[in-house]
Design a protein around this ligand. Sequence first.
Ligand code: CMP
Length: 143
Amino acid sequence: MEKTFLMVKPDGVQRSLVGEIVKRFEQKGFQLIGSKLTVISREQAELHYAEHKGKDFFERLVTFITSGPVFAMVWQGEQVISLSRTMIGKTNTLEAAPGTIRGDFAVHTHLNLIHGSDSPESAEREISNFFKSDELFEYNKVI
Ligand code: CMP
């Protein structure tokens, strides 16, 4: 089953949007198999956003993502990587469609509430940056 890494950023935690965000993925039918509220280190943040190193927004991004607790999650389901990104909405929040998380709740590209892996390779790397294997739980869904 496909897995992805999703992370409610410090702005989403501070705005008490964790429940709203989790609810959307649960209602869609995806399965939460790991989660933690954590403050990430600079080293962990730089690894997570390695592909953006050198870009003009990198420093601000790392400073922001380490500024307070994030809610890190692993979800699984059919096509969860692409479908969860559709549910999150465009990175540029001004272009994010209504009905998406960013479209409904965010107006700033830096304060865009949630990160989602963009490929199976990113998902694997990002999951292992945040979770040990014994922090992920396989269980049967009744429905
Ligand atoms: P995220 O999906 O976490 O991936 C990289 C983050 O960098 C992105 O969300 C935004 O929060 C932030 N960011 C800021 N400026 C830009 C930009 N011009 N292009 C892409 N990402 C940006």
